[in-house]
Design a protein around this ligand. Structure first.
Ligand code: ATP
Length: 203
């Protein structure tokens, strides 16, 4: 199967994430997208974030009934150390040699991609699906492969995914929850209810 991987903190998941997964599924003709919460996000190690289990539970509520095309993968929790994408992909390739992998990233992350651990190795294991952010300048695939020391033909491993501008962020949802504001229509109903009932993000 062609599997898209969408990693993130998902604290909490919102419709920006889910639409991104859906657009990648459709435009890259994937069979499934696996939402992969990061256990120990390398860039957010000191930040206070909800427990892994809570983030997984919210993701499961978000995709309830859609399991044919969406899955929550907890593979990063089974690994030690910070969640580096190349290590996760290595593990996935070993666990499921029958699948082909497509890494879904936001356009904002593309500029940082050359600074990730082992970017060249990542591109040999997965196709990069870059979700365009309207109005945002970005490094071209050509510049990117040169920067990480790959031959020009590696550009073939990069595909753009179009998506309308959706201005939600988890930070914004956490702030709204803390202020007692509604999360309605920003995240699936069951997630909004879960956040309210568990009193998440109140401080
Ligand atoms: P935070 O506000 O806590 O930094 P976030 O909303 O950016 O979180 P993450 O879980 O860190 O969410 O994001 C995972 C991925 O989803 C990243 O690649 C990010 O670029 C992308 N993403 C998040 N929100 C949106 C959005 N509204 N539109 C498009 N992409 C998004």
């Amino acid at each position: 199967m062609q599997i898209g991987i969408l990693g993130g903190t998902f604290d909490p998941v919102h419709f920006g994430h889910l639409l991104m997964a859906e657009q990648a599924l459709e435009q890259a003709q994937l069979d499934q997208v696996w939402l992969m919460p990061s256990a120990r996000p390398p860039h957010k190690l000191d930040a206070v974030i909800s427990s892994f289990d809570r983030r997984v539970e919210m993701l499961e509520f978000a995709i309830a009934g859609l399991e044919k095309q969406f899955r929550v993968s907890t593979v990063e929790a089974e690994m030690t150390g910070p969640s580096y994408t190349y290590a996760t992909l290595e593990k996935l390739c070993t666990m499921h040699p029958e699948h082909s992998w497509h890494l879904i990233i936001g356009q904002d992350s593309l500029n940082e991609f050359p600074t990730w651990r082992e970017p060249a190795k990542i591109l040999t294991m997965a196709q990069l699906l870059v979700v365009a952010r309207p109005g945002q300048e970005t490094i071209s695939p050509e510049e990117l492969v040169t920067k990480i020391g790959l031959p020009p033909e590696s550009q073939r491993s990069i595909q753009w995914i179009q998506m309308p501008l959706v201005e939600f962020s988890s930070t914004d949802l956490r702030n709204r929850a803390r202020l007692g504001k509604s999360l309605r229509f920003q995240t699936p109903h069951a997630v909004a209810v879960y956040i309210r009932e568990k009193k998440l993000y109140l401080k």
